[in-house]
Design a binder for this molecule. Sequence first.
Ligand code: FAD
Length: 505
Amino acid sequence: MNATAPQDNQAEAPLEVFRQAVEQSALAISITDAKARILYANPAFQRVTGYKRDEVLGHNESLLSYRVTPKIVYETMWSQLLRQRAWNGLLVNKRKDGSRYLADLTITPVVDEQGQTSHYLGMHRDVTEVHRLERQVQNQKTLIESVVDAAQVAIVVLDENERVVLDNQEYKKLIGDLGREPARTVLDALRGSGLDLDPVRRSFAPRELTFARQGGEARWFACGGTWIEELDSSADAFYEPRRRQYLLLTIQDITPLKEQQEAIRVNGLSALLAEQERIGSLREALAGAVFQLEGPFNMIAAAVRMLERRGESGTDSLVEGLVQALRAGNEALEALRRCIPASAAEAPQAVDINAVLRDVLRLATPRLLADGVVVEWQPAEELPPVRGRLTQLAALFKQVVDNALDAIHEVRGQRRELKVSSALFSDRIEVRVEDSGPGVPESLRLKAFQPFFTTKGANGRHIGMGLTVAQDVVNAHGGFIDIEAAGDGLGQTGCRVRVQFPLGE
Ligand code: FAD
């Protein structure tokens, strides 16, 4: 007997261990009969539910039900259990004190030797806090998504492989303008602008980018980026936290703002040129008056010299009178010359000739439309900047274009065309302004640059200084200007003004 006793103890020991394990388990464990009447409940069950063991023994587990769990949940539970399958789910339970908690419950049928369910083993834990946190995270996510979605700026979050992990409605709207994945277009453009995105991992202030649209105006965007870090939430990074980096890209359409700025700039330029034109006209009028008066004064001076040479008696008082008149006249001429306003000083800068031509055409738009002129604008793809005075150059091309439009206006009943082009040669930049007007006869092409030469009639508006001033500007920039026949391009008539600027070192 003594020899068998230890064996019995060994056989019984695991059962006792099971019992102790169940008793000491942190999970609320209960065992019921086949009708869910509680036969056993462990201390954790008492702690979670608030019921003492003897208060629940013999009662159905429904004692814990708060009656808000949908009927379908119980029906599913029981249909599983009746097929002798374990069931797991979430139930809203009520403690003895009436407070509620969310129970994560697993029920396992215990099947006897006859294959009948004799008991159920129930194990549950209070997951109210976990649920609360999950909901909180979900709510915050929803809130963030709504805020991001409602933002008037396109927002996109990219992972380390530049895959989109979050975007908003405004971002989706960009697909039409920037292609299927706008972020890729923007990142390429940012890199193209010299931004080193990869190794720096530093946030960058919004940069202005422009994208040409097929058949439409260019669009402008301000694109900024913020790197955000997140702890890797995967299981294998639990003990070895890893950081993941995301790029939050904001893309704001600033096209309307740019267009507004552009309109203000062009209006400013227009006002400046108008003011220069006004001063120029004043200069021309005064210079013209001086020029016109110089003739008679020269004649008087010649008469005085002649009378003095002859030395005839009786003419002294006449000579004296003429000399006085000449002196007074020269003083008046000098006073008139002092009234000629000086041209405004302007610092030289790097000037994009294409941009100047574009501005001049923009300023001429109302006239082009009113006269039904078809414009052919052929800018060189790339032009090096010309060192020069911006406003003077703008005034130069405005003068040439205005002349072309005046000429086009003269000829009625034929196609009205203006062709403006720029080209880059090895030694120079050349701008051509061609019109379909009557042209300038070869004999007058040099004269056209002389002061006060005009073919436009003496209507007071044209006194023939436009091309003279234009030539002065070209000369001041070391360039060359001439007039030739428009040639094949715009018919037999027509005029082509060529302006050339030498390329710098
Ligand atoms: P009930 O009338 O009890 O049952 C609702 C539906 O379930 C009925 O329409 C019926 O079709 C089906 N059903 C109920 N009992 C049986 C049965 N014995 N055999 C076949 N079908 C049946 N419920 C909780 O709310 N909280 C708990 O923590 C909880 N723990 C449980 C632990 C165990 C081990 C078991 C076996 C059940 C547990 N239950 C628990 C379920 C509980 O017994 C009740 O079924 C439930 O609370 C619904 O109670 P009721 O009075 O609203 O409806």
